[in-house]
Ligand binder design. Structure first.
Ligand code: GDP
Length: 175
């Protein structure tokens, strides 16, 4: 399948959320289809890229991970700037990481552009026996702020490609 390179849409995606929720793991699952139980909190590079085709349109995703800076809530403005989408991640077994989603939304809205669309990922859904955040609570909050909500597992890959592939449909038509 050939695509005219001039019609590749650039799409910067930033990952937000507390340390340890699985941000780097989600990026590595999506980009490389790998998972490491010993994943370090940083992917080293500032971003990874992957080009995907959704509904006959090509998107070059530039996916930014926080490289551990989220621990100090000191993400640099460049991180948010020009982001088409933000994926805010929590761990379904850790309720405090879900509470923190609200603070991350606030931070994004303060530091970033109002045009950045938001997806909320309840990660580690493979650990559902230890669930501490109900699907209904997360869905209700996502509805309230007009965000996509999806539960994912970077470990099993459940819903990881789906989450990234749903971003184009959320973007304003002009992107
Ligand atoms: P980050 O600090 O948000 O980037 O989180 P990491 O990607 O470094 O992941 C933190 C820890 O959680 C690592 O030990 C990962 O292997 C583990 N982890 C990440 N995603 C999942 C998942 O979906 N399921 C399980 N069981 N563990 C995960």
């Amino acid at each position: 399948q050939l695509h005219d390179v001039s019609s590749i849409h650039d799409c910067k995606i930033v990952l937000l959320g507390d340390s340890g929720v699985g941000k780097s793991s989600l990026v590595l699952r999506f980009v490389n289809n790998t998972f490491s139980p010993w994943q370090e909190s940083t992917i080293g590079a500032s971003f990874l890229t992957k080009t995907i085709v959704v509904d006959d349109m090509a998107y070059k995703y530039q996916i930014w991970d926080t490289a551990g800076q989220e621990k100090y809530h000191t993400l640099i403005p460049m991180y948010y700037r020009d982001a088409s989408a933000a994926i805010i991640v929590y761990d379904i077994t850790k309720p405090e990481t879900f509470d923190a989603v609200k603070a991350w939304v606030k931070e994004l809205r303060t530091m970033g552009s109002p045009d950045t669309v938001v997806a909320i990922a309840g990660n580690k859904c493979d650990l559902a026996e230890n669930r501490a955040v109900a699907v209904e609570s997360a869905q209700a909050y996502a509805d309230e702020i007009g965000a996509l909500f999806i539960e994912t597992s970077a470990k099993t890959a459940e819903n990881v490609p789906e989450m990234f592939r749903r971003i184009p449909a959320m973007l304003p038509a002009s992107v």
